[in-house]
Write a new protein. Structure first.
Length: 206
């Protein structure tokens, strides 16, 4: 998993509330376990009509937001089913940070497991960042995970809080498997000692 320390990029405004995981990545795109190629299905029902033709009105299909790496979203983002394809699709489309007033718990956890930083802020702060994103001339934000700060285009700073353990995992680029592998030497030492201490449990030759 790629480390997340700082991110400077275009923020796209997407203020809709209660966007569920089926809206983020519809069920017909869940036939793969690959984490690539899912950007084509991201927010599909917002971007295409019933006949599959592009609507051309969705924010991520318009410049400059087609290059966005940050999404400013509405409350309860990522509700619905617990599909991990949702953060996969966001990441495949280049979105590494989502800022919203609140997130669904499972989606929130899945973001950290896949290198996406979800930042929950008071509505007033989200409104201010949404206004920044709506300024097409300069919708750029800088996210500093080390300092836990968001730098706005006007120079103002918005503070945010992240669970220390989850923050450390992102800074190191470690998911649950990576965390386990990082302790492989200690695990091997423990297994050696445990085996020696419980020799009576080992199978005997007949």
């Amino acid at each position: 998993m790629q480390k997340f320390t700082t991110l400077s990029g275009i923020a796209a405004p997407f203020p809709q509330a209660n966007v569920d995981t089926d809206q983020i990545i519809p069920k017909q795109f869940l036939k793969t376990i690959a984490r690539t190629g899912l950007a084509k299905g991201l927010f599909y029902d917002f971007r295409f009509d019933a006949a599959g033709k592009p609507t051309k009105g969705f924010v991520l299909d318009r410049a400059p937001y087609d290059k966005a790496s940050i999404l400013i979203a509405g409350p309860n983002f990522g509700c619905g089913s617990s599909r991990e394809h949702a953060p996969w699709a966001l990441l495949d489309a280049g979105i590494s940070c989502v800022i919203a007033p609140s997130f669904a718990d499972i989606f929130h956890a899945n973001c950290f497991k896949n290198g996406i930083l979800p930042i929950a802020l008071p509505q007033a702060d989200v409104d201010a960042l949404m206004a920044d994103a709506l300024d097409r001339e300069n919708p750029n934000l800088t996210i500093d995970l080390v300092k836990q700060e968001i730098l706005r285009p006007n120079g103002a700073v918005v503070k945010f809080k992240i669970d220390p353990f989850l923050r450390d995992c992102l800074l190191q680029g470690l998911d649950e498997i990576g965390l386990t592998l990082a302790k492989s030497a200690a695990i091997a030492t423990h297994e050696t000692r445990a085996t020696a201490a419980r020799a009576f449990l080992q199978p005997r030759a007949v």
